[in-house]
Design a protein. Sequence first.
Length: 256
Amino acid sequence: MLRATTVEGEYTFNHPGVHGIVLMPDHPVTLPISYGGAMARDYTIPGGSVGYLPPNISTSGYQPAGKTSVYVRIHDHVFRDTAKGIITDFDPWPNPIIDDSIIRQIGKTLGDIASSEEFTWSIVIDSLQAALAARIMQVCGARLEAPTNMPDARIGMAIDFIESNLSSELRLADIARAANTSQFHLARKFKQQTGWTPAGYIWMARIRLAKRLLQHTKRPIIDIAFQCGFSSQSHFSALFKRHAGVTPAAYRASFT
């Protein structure tokens, strides 16, 4: 589960199995970091940069008032799923300081999402977490397996899973698990083979199913909205009009 914490005052981080991204304030911060129970060593992280704390790291200190940091926690299974079958030789230690604008931007976006109660698109959160994990592994020197131009049967498995579960909430992690691949590999190969991102394909497939139901059944539009995985009729109508150019009701009327 994605979590974000605003740090001010005294703090202690010790989260086995969790990767931490610390978005630093504008001034430098010194962290006494202990790894695997070893004696703590001080690291000074420049202001405005990113601190990366792999699993099994402990640190504590004091953050002055008005100089808050944002601490984003991502479970290790996100990194394992992202690396599965495609990324090797990932060893983040001993450098907990990452000066990377991409990691900072994704981390900030995830922090904003985790702090919001209104954002519920889990597939976007999953994709951002996978992208962040992949970028951290890249910066830390992991190796990417050689690409292949051969069609990947696992993308077909992912499409079958999506098409069979359009009425449900579809998470990138669940799709990747059904296709026996990593989230990172799925997102990259899915786009290569279909021309769509997984999220884009899901919405396209839901609209396509809705068109068939509107044309060939007399079911109420709200029932069709729920069957196609939309949270409300208003959300369905807005997205349908954006894709089809007309409202669901007008689309149905064109066939009568």
